[in-house]
Design a protein around this ligand. Structure first.
Ligand SMILES: C[S@@+](CC[C@H](N)C(=O)[O-])C[C@H]1O[C@@H](n2cnc3c(N)ncnc32)[C@H](O)[C@@H]1O
Length: 253
């Protein structure tokens, strides 16, 4: 597996698949329109390179005032990627660069996968670029939930540090706390591939992302649209401190 940049990946897919429509989730702003620190490293460069392809960018941070300027083959649309304002099957290639990683652990984050599946045409393909090999999912089994509750409460007991400001934080350098955190992750970690496959996004390849842009390990998960799976919503927990709080909120102390 060699590293590949998102723009290279996109160009490779466009050259191979000759799509009519490409959808970019969390498309951000053009470099020239940079606002709020949000950039767009791919949408406009790719649209300029492939003028025959229509590019649709979705972002929930666009406002009428800061909407990036469209090229003849682009359309920026305000929208949330958990509820994409596009019809079923419109996209030949659906991709996300640095957006869904954040959104997945927000409320109803799993809908990102459902929506990617819905808007992509049958036979369509795409990729997401995220900094994680795992998603943290609350297990359904009561015995695992009980164990999790005990571990989380213990982690708070040994790791909690009072703060002079009246709040608290968890001491990640505390060895006991770190061991408990590792135990917690053994219960809640589900490989990213398994979660995506379960939503009908069949993983073709997991590729390390070019590290020039990110210090943490990053992966590009290349997928193709498979059969729609009907399943109950899954409860994605986020990571770190937030994850522990979510577990306590769900399971009680
Ligand atoms: C790290 S930036 C990446 C921008 C661009 N994709 C790039 O790689 O250059 C993440 C983008 O996702 C957008 N975003 C975050 N949550 C979103 C949501 N729920 N729906 C749509 N866009 C979202 C942000 O507004 C931001 O523009």
């Amino acid at each position: 597996m060699s590293e590949i940049s998102t723009l290279e990946m996109l160009a490779k897919l466009i050259d191979e698949k000759k799509p009519k429509v490409v959808v970019d989730l969390g498309s951000g702003y053009g470099e020239k329109d940079k606002t709020n620190g949000h950039i767009n490293d791919y949408f406009l460069p790719a649209a300029e390179k492939y003028p025959e392809t229509a590019f649709i960018g979705i972002d929930n941070d666009y406002t009428p005032e800061n909407m990036p300027k469209d090229l003849p083959n682009t359309k920026h649309i305000y929208g949330d990627i958990r509820n994409i304002p596009l019809e079923e099957g419109v996209s030949d290639i659906t991709f996300d660069a640095g957006c869904s990683g954040w959104v997945l652990s927000s409320e109803n984050g799993y809908k990102v996968f459902e929506e990617i599946h819905r808007i992509t045409r049958n036979g369509g393909i795409g990729f997401i670029e995220v900094g994680s090999e795992f998603l943290q999912v609350l297990p359904k089994e009561k015995t695992k939930q009980k164990k999790l509750k005990e571990l989380v409460n213990e982690a708070y007991r040994v790791g909690k540090i009072s703060d002079e400001g009246g709040g608290y934080h968890l001491d990640v350098s505390n060895e006991k706390y770190s061991k408990l955190y590792d135990e917690i992750r053994k219960i809640v970690d589900v490989p990213m591939e398994d979660v995506m496959n379960s939503f009908g996004l069949q993983i073709i390849e997991k590729i390390p992302y070019d590290l020039e842009r990110h210090e943490d390990p990053q992966y590009t998960y290349l997928w193709k649209k498979g059969e729609k799976k009907n399943h109950a919503p899954i409860n994605l927990l986020g990571t770190g401190y937030k994850m522990l709080e979510r577990i306590q909120n769900e399971l009680g102390e």
